[in-house]
Design a protein around this ligand. Sequence first.
Ligand SMILES: [Zn+2]
Length: 354
Amino acid sequence: MKKVIVSDEIMQEAQNIVDGVYAPLTGFVDENDFKSICDNMRLANGQVWAMPIILDIDDVTKVEIKDEKSITIYNGESEFVLENITVYEVDKKKYVKLIFGTDDLIHPGVERFMEYGRYFVSGDVKVVDEKEFVTDNKNYTKPEDTKEIFRKNNWECISAFQTRNPPHRAHEFLQKQSLTCADGIMIQPVIGPKKTGDIKDEYIMGSYEILIDKYFPENSVFLNTFYTYMRYAGPREAVFHAQVRQNFGCTHMIIGRDHAGVGDYYEPQAAHDIFDEFEDDINIDILKYENAIFCDNCEDNVFINGCDCAKECKIALSGTKMRGLLEKKQEIPEKFMYPEIVAYLESQDNLFCS
Ligand SMILES: [Zn+2]
């Protein structure tokens, strides 16, 4: 069988497929599904699926595998088999706009998509042997195991929270808000390739461990990771993120305004509105939350429209602003982030990705 060398990122996507993180997908998408996902956020058979999971190859590889029915993909350490492969080419300029709503190369998701090789390969992903690709991320628990854990905890209603930052208190407010209706919450940072200046995965996890240990009721949080890369595809990615959490066994998903957005490419409300179309076809309820802020007058974190206090009283701390303060080792007030977490983050020599 022909072996094709692929990136760790592709290997991780294959692992996600095998683990059922991307169910109903069983492989990298073929041309029909690719086009249908881009056009309608549905597979060719009508099932909702918002994000094309793609394996791209270059011209040379295309020639090498032209007579093959199955190939092996590997990254030098581990491998997967791809069965019943097909190779296709799409008009990337056309489809990038359908996926991201823009073809602006400054958009990080567009930039990544346009850098893909010219051809895409579809095929069902199979594990070669028991030595399947093991992510180096010890905090990952796969869907069949999370479902078992939720069952053992007697959690029937489980909310999911997606993040890519250490916890600040506005996020904690949203997480705890969901616990007013859920038995437990799965907090699941996206772990994987990051941009320069982002906080390293291990410190996001470390700071969450502090938060959960000290500030959440016992046995109310399950900390997991979702190993993939951010597409920054806004509302489309919100649907993708929700279905992934459905696969982990969650019944509810917190979606804030401008979920998975970047710059001002998406209307903040779009990440909520998009679910109107899919509500009956997906098996997870969306908790459409407004932003949370700290209100100086209420002396608490609240939803932005959750109190009638004057605008001047309401202060938001964005992830970007928080990273800036940490970088310059400036004081972060306790109303934004717990002092133990600030101290933990500031004591790290290599907090940021380079
Ligand atoms: Zn207030």
